[in-house]
Ligand binder design. Structure first.
Ligand SMILES: Cc1cc2nc3c(=O)[nH]c(=O)nc-3n(C[C@H](O)[C@H](O)[C@H](O)COP(=O)(O)O)c2cc1C
Ligand code: SF4
Length: 422
């Protein structure tokens, strides 16, 4: 398979403008700014079938198309580089090893919606990535790819790097907007959507790092070539970050629709130490877990994973072998959500802490009859009842762990101790 997203990441000094340009970098932007209208660019990205890689899989060209063309207000593009979901570390690789692809993609998106100010909102903890990106932004500006009157076209764009303060909720697009506006990272009720009422109430596009990094290749090679890769509805390639009980963890680029079992057993070398695969979360910890015996026939694309009862999400693949206590795993995930809830909505604020406490007591031998149904009830009351999708992201995995491993949870309660690691 031809690499699209990881085409530069293993090349020496891939973070520099010289190396990026020697490998065809900024060719797409030169072509576009040299005579392609923004509307044509939007049509091209629609035709490519590219869908957002930040988790929701929304079609990118369609999202850009929602931005009102003739708004008197300024328009903004924001590259979402907040990557904070446990198990997800694919954007970091692009930021550190191919920053110019991220920048060129952000420039293309800005041009498509006629924006003159763009931001990269980077997770606070990615200090090295921020350094690499700022250097690359300076290099791009120096070379005339950013700034006023770019390459003599009359079009101008400023790109500003903004570092977050390390809150997971600032990756949610409206939480990000609140944070960038200088407030607490509190998500906002949608609608209205950012495309019409975004940063400072102005039309705004928020796209994920990986989504934007795919754009230069698509523009350079043509939408049809991109659309020929993948499945009917999931086009192109996708990055997956693999961690946990696996021989070869890391970031992989796969054609959409790649078989999950083959990926884990062949590409990633399988589960080490002769142990059995007990479970895998294919899309980051906010997605439901699959049992080891459920992965047969499952493919790595939006539709196939949904049909299997989970979601592609951010592509953070977490592998767990038979030595994993699923109660402890569920508690660990619940603890993360309890810590990161912004606290605005009662079901999320109260429910996340409540679920965490119950998982903890089950793991520590104090579980009570009825605890599992109580968690399922709390999870059900959070789902769909909150301002932002964080609530669902906390509720789904909690319910899935119980449904998939109910015997193990019940044994913990009946025997009043951990039955796996004890
Ligand atoms: C709790 C939460 C955290 C999120 N974190 C991120 C993130 O770190 N990076 C990201 O790109 N999208 C994240 N998203 C999704 C964004 O809200 C948004 O959908 C995405 O940035 C849109 O970009 P895309 O269309 O290119 O996928 C998060 C969503 C939720 C609910
Ligand atoms: S769902 Fe949770 S994180 Fe999202 S706004 Fe409500 S309280 Fe905050």
């Amino acid at each position: 398979m031809e690499k699209i997203l990881l085409r530069n990441t293993d090349v020496k000094d891939s973070h520099t403008l010289a190396v990026y340009k020697s490998r065809g970098g900024y060719r797409a932007w030169e072509k576009v700014v040299g005579g392609i209208f923004p509307e044509q660019l939007i049509e091209e990205i629609k035709a490519s079938g590219l869908r957002g890689r930040g988790g929701a899989g929304f079609p990118t060209g369609m999202k850009w198309g929602f931005v009102p063309k003739d708004s008197p207000k300024p328009k903004y593009v924001i590259c979402n580089a907040d990557e904070s979901e446990p198990g997800t570390f694919k954007d970091r690789l692009l930021i550190e090893r191919d920053p110019h692809a991220v920048i060129e993609g952000t420039i293309l998106a800005a041009y498509a919606i006629r924006s003159h100010t763009a931001f990269i909102y980077i997770r606070g903890e990615l200090a090295f990535g921020a350094k690499v990106l700022q250097r690359a932004i300076d290099e791009a500006a120096q070379a005339g790819y950013l700034g006023k009157n770019i390459l003599g076209s009359g079009y101008g764009l400023d790109l500003i790097l903004h570092r977050g303060a390390g809150a997971y909720i600032c990756g949610e697009e409206t939480g990000l907007l609140s944070s960038l506006e200088g407030g607490r990272g509190w998500p906002k009720v949608k609608p209205p959507f950012p495309a019409t009422h975004g940063l400072f109430g102005c039309p705004t596009v928020v796209n994920n790092v990986e989504t934007l990094a795919a754009l230069p290749w698509i523009v350079d090679h043509g939408a049809a070539k991109y659309a020929a890769i993948g499945t009917e509805k999931s086009k192109g390639t996708k990055l997956f970050s693999v961690s946990g009980h696996i021989r070869k963890p890391g970031v992989y680029e796969l054609e959409m629709g790649y078989p999950l079992r083959q990926f884990l057993e062949v590409d990633c070398g399988g589960v080490p130490n002769g142990r059995r695969l007990k479970g895998v979360i294919p899309g980051g910890v906010s997605m439901p877990v699959l049992r080891g015996d459920e992965i047969e026939g499952v493919r790595m694309d939006y539709e196939s994973l949904q049909a299997a009862g989970t979601l592609l999400g951010s592509g953070g693949v977490v592998v767990m072998d038979e030595s994993t206590c699923m109660v402890k795993a569920a508690w660990n995930v619940a603890r993360f959500y309890a810590h990161e809830s912004c606290g605005q909505c009662t079901p999320c604020r109260e429910g996340c802490h409540w679920m965490e406490k119950i998982f903890w007591r089950i793991e520590n031998g104090q579980g009570q009859p009825g605890d599992l149904d109580l968690i399922l009830s709390i999870s059900g009351n959070i789902t769909g009842n909150t301002i932002c999708p964080f609530g669902d992201a906390a509720a789904w995995p909690a319910a899935a762990f119980i449904k998939k491993y109910r015997d193990e949870f019940e044994a913990h309660i009946a025997q009043k101790k951990c039955v796996v690691s004890a």
